[in-house]
Design a protein around this ligand. Sequence first.
Ligand SMILES: [Zn+2]
Length: 163
Amino acid sequence: MALKKLSPYSKNNTDQDRIILFWSNVKKTKSCWIWTGCIDPTGYGKFGFNHKSVRVHRFVWQLVYGPIPKDKQINHHCDNRRCCNPKHLYVGTQKDNVRDQLRRGRRNQRGELNNSVKLNENTVRLIKKHIVRGVKQDIIAEKFNIARTTVSAISTGRSWSWV
Ligand SMILES: [Zn+2]
């Protein structure tokens, strides 16, 4: 079959073509799928679709899971606004988003950054391996220089459950 070359500027593009063009702007890594196109001033990826500017993570959500419920928003588990890995997205509210950030340790109750922000998915995967092997939580905490409560939260799936 002959593949036609798509131009983002062609007026004859079908929705299907636009979706193909859309994915050509996404760089998939093992964890996050990074949008490499335009970024809006708030740090979210944006894309023009049917003469409307759409936010990339919301667009992917709708492609994969369907309509976004009214009065809900699409949040990131991974905290990476340019990411559009459907597995890293969830329907929530603004409140959920803040709570999720707190849980991840991005901010503590006073809104300050704290230590656990240095965790990333690779580290968490490693921590989970230790947990599975039955290594004691305080030993894991010490080894990774994180709070024991963080290890416990990972262990029970209260945080980083998607890793
Ligand atoms: Zn992600």
